[in-house]
Design a protein around this ligand. Structure first.
Ligand SMILES: [Mg+2]
Length: 122
């Protein structure tokens, strides 16, 4: 069985550390890191990850805009959107473009992995 490959997108370095640590402990390979939506689109095309954790609020290009671009080209992309308190409107907008997996910050790394596993096996 080949490892599942994850791209982590967040402007907070701490989020990368938490998710990568949990991913490694669960046999998920982190194939790419991005700190804004612009990098996320580029890294997605380079690495074609099985799943993405996508922060919403980031500089340069936010997670919603990046997700729109990725889904327009790769409708099967699996995106787990990481939202913060107060992001409700953005979450609703994300739902309207077909994103159905969300996790609210602060989260436990293990919970992110559980959600990722459910998305991959679904
Ligand atoms: Mg952020």
């Amino acid at each position: 069985m080949s490892n599942k490959r994850l791209m982590i997108v967040d402007d907070s370095p701490a989020v990368h550390v938490i998710i990568e640590k949990a991913a490694r402990a669960n046999g998920i390979e982190v194939c790419a890191h991005a700190k804004n939506g612009d990098e996320a689109v580029k890294q997605f095309e380079l690495t074609i990850p099985d799943v993405i954790t996508m922060d919403i609020t980031m500089p340069i290009k936010d997670g919603l805009a990046a997700s729109k671009e990725i889904l327009a080209k790769y409708p099967g992309a699996r995106i787990l959107m990481l939202s913060a308190m107060g992001d409700e409107e953005l979450v609703n907008e994300a739902r309207s473009i077909g994103i159905s997996h969300f996790m609210q910050k602060p989260f436990k790394g293990e919970d992110v992995i559980k959600e990722i596993n459910s998305m991959i096996t679904a």
